[in-house]
Write a protein of this length. Structure first.
Lengths: 199, 310
C-alpha cells in the first residue's frame, strides 16, 4: 500500500469539499502523518452535524532500540560512556530517557553527534543501553492520530467515537448524541476502503 | 474644524522627531508610534491642506507615507473559540491584515461559540464586542452553518457586523451581517495564496467603507470633541499613561478613546481633564468602566447632546 493512495473527502457541496480537503491535507502535513496513512476517507454532513473519518494505516516500522540509532563505547578508566549518534531524529526521546536514568548533571553533549555520560559502571551500563528501547513509533502514532482526528473535526462536534484496531482507525463525531447507524456506516466505509477503496 | 486625514509613515528612526514636531505645529495628531529596531511606524492624523508639507518632510527623511483609512478604528475580531481550529489561522491572519491600514484590533474568542445548535454568546461577551467600532466574525467553511446557525451569535451586537467564511455567499444571504467576505474560511495554513490575499484585501476595503459610512453619519452631527484631541489631552495631563506597557495605551475609536489605566484609580483624573476652552471631559463624554480588563472607556457625546463642540 502506498502512502495516501486513496484520499477522499466528501461533502454535499463541491466547493466546501475542497476547503475541507485542504484542512485535512494541512493537518496530515503538520503532524507528519503522510507516510503512516495508506487510505483515508472523510465524509461530512453539516446538516446532520456529522463527521466520519476512516483510515487504513501503513506499517510504520517496529520499535527503535539504541543499537539502531547509535554506537556506544564504554571507557572504564575515565568512568564514562560515549554515545555516537547515527540517526539524529530520535535524539529528543533518547535524551529524555537518559536524563531520567542518569540525571542531567551527568550528561553532556560536546557536539551534535556525541553524548557523554559519566557513570561508575560504564561497561554494565553500556550493555544495558545497547538494548534499551528509545522510541516506539506505534505509540507516538496513536497519539498523533487522536490529535489529528480532533484537529480536523469541526470544533463543535464534541461527542466522539473512535476505534483504533490493528491498522484501521475509525472516527465519528457529532454535536448530538451519536446514532448507532453512523458508526455502522463508518464500519461499512472502512470495509469498502479495505477492499481497495474508491479512487 | 479642519478635516483630518489618516496617514501611516514608515521610515528610519533618525530625525523622525522632525516629522512629529512639524505635524504638531500644523495641528495634526500622532495616534501611535511604534519603534522596531531602526524603523519607526507613525500613525498620524494630518490636516487635509497640510498633507503636502508633511509629504515633503517625509521625502527628505527618505520615509514612505501612505494613506491608512482604518486609523482610529477599533475592531473586534471575534472567533467562535480560541481553540487551535481557528487560531492562529485564519483569525489571527484576519486581525493582522486589518492592522495594515491602521486599525487597532482585539481578538475575542467566545467561551461557547463553537458548534451549530450549541453555539451561544454571553452577555459579558456581547458587551465587550459592543465597546468596539466594528465586529468581524470569523466563521468556517460550511454555508449551512453560516446562513442558518451562526447568526444567532449576532444577537445583541449593536455595531456593524462583518462576517468572513469559506463559501462564496452574498451579504444578503447571511442574516444580520453588514458585509460578508468569502474565501476566508477555516484553514490550517497561513493565508498567503493569491485568492486568500485578494479576499483579505476585499475585507479591508469593505471594513474601510463601513468605517467611512460611520464617519459620514457622524459628520451630520459631529462629536463634541474629536477623539484625537481628547487623546492628546490625556497624554499631556495624565503622565502615568506613558508608563503603561500595553500596546496602544490610548486606543482611538471612531467615537471615543479606550484608556488602558485602571478605572478606580484614574477615572476622576480623566473626568476632570480640562481643555483650553475651559470645559472638562465629563461634560463632553460618558466615562465608564470598560468590560475589557479594568480599563476606562470614554465615549464622546455628539454636538446635539452637549449643545456645543470644541
Amino acid at each position: 500500500m502506498d502512502s495516501l493512495e486513496t484520499f477522499i473527502v466528501e461533502s454535499a457541496i463541491a466547493s466546501e469539499q475542497e476547503f475541507y480537503r485542504k484542512i485535512v491535507e494541512d493537518n496530515i502535513a503538520s503532524l507528519k502523518l503522510a507516510l503512516a496513512i495508506g487510505r483515508i476517507r472523510v465524509v461530512l454532513r453539516p446538516e446532520d452535524s456529522l463527521f466520519q473519518m476512516v483510515m487504513i494505516l501503513r506499517d510504520i516500522g517496529t520499535k527503535v532500540t539504541m543499537s539502531d540509532i547509535a554506537d556506544i563505547e564504554a571507557k572504564p578508566v575515565a568512568g564514562e560512556m560515549i554515545i555516537s549518534i547515527k540517526k539524529e531524529q530520535y535524539i529528543p526521546e533518547l535524551l529524555g530517557k537518559l536524563w531520567e536514568r542518569y540525571g542531567k548533571a551527568n550528561i553532556s553533549q560536546p557536539d551534535r553527534w556525541t553524548v557523554a555520560i559519566s557513570t561508575d559502571r560504564p561497561e554494565e551500563e553500556a550493555a544495558f543501553l545497547q538494548e534499551m528501547m528509545v522510541a516506539d513509533p506505534k505509540h507516538k502514532l496513536h497519539e498523533n492520530l487522536v490529535d489529528f482526528a480532533i484537529r480536523v473535526t469541526p470544533e463543535g462536534f464534541r461527542v466522539r467515537y473512535h476505534l483504533y484496531k490493528g491498522n484501521s482507525f475509525i472516527f465519528v463525531a457529532s454535536e448530538e448524541a451519536l446514532k448507532h447507524e453512523w458508526i455502522e456506516e463508518a464500519g461499512a466505509m472502512l470495509k469498502e476502503l479495505r477492499e481497495g477503496g474508491r479512487k | 474644524m479642519p478635516v483630518l486625514l489618516p496617514y501611516l509613515y514608515t521610515g528610519g528612526v533618525y530625525k523622525h522627531g522632525l516629522l512629529i514636531e512639524l505635524l504638531e505645529d500644523l495641528g495634526g495628531y500622532v495616534i501611535q508610534k511604534v519603534v522596531t529596531g531602526t524603523e519607526v511606524n507613525l500613525i498620524m492624523l494630518i490636516p487635509e491642506r497640510d498633507v503636502d508639507i508633511l509629504k515633503k518632510q517625509s521625502d527628505e527623511l527618505l520615509g514612505v507615507m501612505i494613506e491608512a483609512p482604518l486609523t482610529g478604528v477599533e475592531i473586534a475580531v471575534v472567533s467562535p473559540t480560541l481553540a487551535s481550529h481557528h487560531l492562529p489561522h485564519s483569525a489571527c491572519d484576519v486581525a493582522e491584515y486589518l492592522r495594515h491600514p491602521g486599525a487597532n484590533t482585539n481578538m475575542i474568542g467566545l467561551a461557547r461559540g463553537m458548534g451549530r445548535r450549541v453555539s451561544l454568546s454571553m452577555d459579558y461577551e456581547r458587551r465587550l464586542v459592543n465597546e468596539h467600532d466594528i465586529a468581524v466574525f470569523t466563521f468556517g467553511s460550511f454555508s449551512d452553518c453560516i446562513i442558518n446557525k451562526k447568526p444567532k451569535l449576532f444577537e445583541g451586537i449593536e455595531i456593524p457586523i462583518v462576517v468572513t467564511g469559506g463559501p462564496d455567499l452574498k451579504t444578503e444571504e447571511v442574516p444580520g451581517a453588514d458585509l460578508y467576505v468569502g474565501n476566508l474560511g477555516r484553514t490550517s495554513h497561513r493565508l498567503r495564496k493569491t485568492e486568500e490575499i485578494d479576499a483579505l484585501n476585499k475585507l479591508n476595503e469593505g471594513v474601510g467603507n463601513i468605517a467611512d459610512n460611520i464617519r459620514k453619519q457622524q459628520a451630520k452631527d459631529p462629536l463634541a470633541v474629536i477623539p484625537a484631541r481628547a487623546m492628546k489631552e490625556i497624554e499631556n495631563q495624565v503622565p502615568e499613561i506613558h508608563s503603561v506597557l500595553s500596546p496602544a495605551p490610548l486606543t482611538l475609536q471612531l467615537n471615543g478613546v479606550r484608556v488602558k489605566l485602571p478605572y478606580d484609580e484614574f477615572h476622576k483624573k480623566i473626568e476632570s481633564l480640562e481643555f483650553d476652552e475651559g470645559v472638562i471631559l465629563s461634560e463632553l463624554a460618558n466615562i465608564s468602566r470598560s468590560t475589557m480588563k479594568n480599563y476606562i472607556l470614554i465615549k464622546i457625546k455628539s454636538k446635539s447632546d452637549v449643545g456645543f463642540a470644541i
